[in-house]
Design a protein around this ligand. Structure first.
Ligand SMILES: Cc1cc2nc3c(=O)[nH]c(=O)nc-3n(C[C@H](O)[C@H](O)[C@H](O)COP(=O)(O)OP(=O)(O)OC[C@H]3O[C@@H](n4cnc5c(N)ncnc54)[C@H](O)[C@@H]3O)c2cc1C
Length: 414
């Protein structure tokens, strides 16, 4: 595959850009693979990439029932941060954040990582105490965050009204190296690199059954026929319970719709990401100028990938208090994704009761930021049966009562 570079663009310009090859090949299923990954979202593709890069396992198929990146990976608000409270979370999210720093170079694909800084507003005394505690924990974990006062918040984000009316800004947890990246590009970059390693990305291929013999996986049934494999990784986010059911076990996960919306594009007015958890809303400005606004999850379990009017009203009403200037903006689009939420708001990266079947799910409202770290750890788990990054996130934590409680860090949808 040709490398992307300034010279390549100049060369292609001379022949009318006719010489570019496809970013990834359109593959048909082979009879058997060493590893099958179900789900061509960011986590599935990153798992495949690090299986090839770190462990030399390249006889891999990634099966996707729709189109690559068409699930939550292409529907999120792209916030990247690692300011979590518990040690295992800080480890995997910080690994991911640090991999984002060099992802464009590693994949030779511009993912537009923008470490513009993320702040989580403290608008009650309870939040002030909570975020000071997280900043202290982060210092021990080697994650660079700090608690900043209201004046510094105003300097960093002048369009904010820090005086109220209901909830004055009392400070914020600030992570200067947090930020955003282009979500589609993350999926496309990993896909191109996987295809380049000879892996098969098979779209429009739904896994309809999991076949096992003597308690060990032997293959899957799909809408394109049966395919055999030695190992199977299920990385299907909101559809994980459904797929686990097909494999014969249950997961402690609920699926709900999470929504977001964007405004018309306006001139640059906000160069940080702000999350306001008390009033419940978060906002950043895209490179095109749109204000990207995240809302909450539906209050009932469902599989609907669409937005709803009451969420627009609820989210925008909350944000207008802190950002009065958005009251005059027109909203352009809204959408939804199906997120997979666990009781302790932490993900599951685990072996399962079926030998050779691994599961990666439960990222809920905040898994985009984790994609490279999750892929790194999941690849090690699949290749070696164990990974220090994923050890704490096993399914056994729910039976052993070892919860990784991130309900504060992940309490707002982001
Ligand atoms: C509105 C919204 C805003 C968000 N904002 C943020 C944010 O700002 N920051 C952040 O970190 N996270 C955010 N998230 C969460 C983040 O998007 C997800 O956690 C992450 O993208 C999950 O990636 P994934 O690869 O696990 O799943 P997905 O990208 O959903 O990929 C799973 C794939 O599996 C496929 N699939 C399902 N069943 C089958 C089957 N039987 N056979 C074959 N394929 C199948 C699906 O079609 C899908 O493409 C947000 C989510 C939403 C919906």
């Amino acid at each position: 595959m040709k490398r992307y570079s300034a010279f390549a663009i100049a060369r292609q310009a001379l022949n009318g850009h006719q010489g570019w090859s496809r970013a990834w090949a359109a593959a048909q299923p082979k009879k058997k693979y060493d590893v099958i990954i179900v789900g061509a979202g960011g986590h599935g593709l990153a798992t495949a990439f690090y299986l090839g890069k770190n462990f030399g396992i390249k006889n891999v198929a990634i099966l996707e029932k729709g189109w690559l990146g068409g699930g939550n990976t292409g529907r999120n608000t792209t916030i990247i941060r690692s300011n979590y409270l518990q040690d295992p979370s800080a480890a995997i999210y910080e690994k991911a954040r640090s991999l984002y720093e060099t992802m464009s170079q590693d994949l030779n694909y511009n993912v537009m990582f923008s470490p513009r800084g993320v702040m989580m507003l403290a608008q009650t005394e309870h939040e002030v105490r909570g975020y000071k505690r997280t900043a202290a924990a982060n210092a021990f974990q080697g994650v660079q965050t700090e608690f900043i006062g209201p004046q510094r918040v105003k300097e960093l984000c002048p369009i904010m009204n820090i005086d109220g009316p209901r909830y004055p800004v009392l400070g914020a947890l600030w992570q200067a190296r947090g930020g955003t990246a282009r979500h589609d590009a993350v999926a496309w970059g990993y896909a191109r690199a996987c295809s380049d390693m000879g892996m098969d990305i098979i779209q429009q291929c739904e896994v309809t059954g999991v076949r096992s013999e003597g308690g060990k996986v032997v293959g899957v049934d799909t809408s394109k026929g049966a395919i055999d494999c030695d190992k199977l990784a299920m990385v299907v986010a909101g559809h994980c319970s459904d797929l686990a059911h097909k494999a014969g076990f249950r997961l402690p996960v609920e699926s709900v719709a999470l929504q977001a919306l964007v405004s018309e594009p306006i001139k640059p007015c906000m160069d940080v990401v702000v999350m306001a958890n008390t009033v419940h809303g978060y906002m950043s400005q895209s490179d095109k100028g749109e204000m990207v606004i995240g809302g909450g999850t539906d209050a009932f379990n469902n599989y609907t990938q669409r937005g709803s009017f009451h969420h627009i009203e609820e989210t925008v009403r909350a944000l207008v208090e802190t950002f009065p200037m958005i009251s005059r903006l027109k909203m352009l689009r809204q959408w939804g994704g199906i997120v997979d939420v666990t009781g302790d708001r932490s993900p599951i990266l685990s072996k399962t009761p079926v030998e050779g079947v691994f599961v990666n799910c439960g990222w809920g409202t905040g898994g985009f930021k984790a994609i490279p770290g999750s892929g790194w750890g999941m690849a090690e788990l699949v290749a070696k049966g164990q990974s220090p990054l994923t050890d704490a996130f096993g399914l056994n934590r729910f039976t052993e009562g070892r919860f990784i409680d991130e309900s504060v860090a992940a309490g707002v949808a982001h």
